[in-house]
Design a protein. Structure first.
Length: 103
């Protein structure tokens, strides 16, 4: 493990990550810092914990609306892919449940 020092909204943090992942961690911290700073500077949300939650929700929404990579599901958002998988699991569960009684 490698220590990485980052700064988020003026607060220093020392985080640990796997060897070779330092750049990705720094980029993630920088993105989070920008999101949190933007929310703080807008002045609508008070308190670092609330700002962090709003930033996390914003980033999660961005992630879920991102398009799936090239392939048969590339026209769907990641949220739509997750919903489709959940629906498939439900169909499989209902089809397999009666079979369990046979064993």
């Amino acid at each position: 493990m490698t220590p990485v020092d980052v700064n988020i909204m003026g607060q220093a943090y020392r985080l640990m990550c796997k060897e070779g992942e330092e750049r990705a961690l720094r980029e993630a911290a920088s993105l989070l810092d920008k999101k949190m700073t933007t929310i703080r500077d807008a002045g609508k949300v008070k308190g670092n914990d609330r700002i962090a939650v709003m930033a996390a929700l914003s980033m999660a929404a961005e992630f879920l609306t991102a398009k799936a990579p090239a392939g048969p599901l590339s026209d769907m958002s990641l949220l739509e892919v997750q919903q489709k998988i959940a629906a498939m699991q439900k169909v499989l569960d209902s089809a397999l449940t009666p079979q369990e009684a046979l064993f």
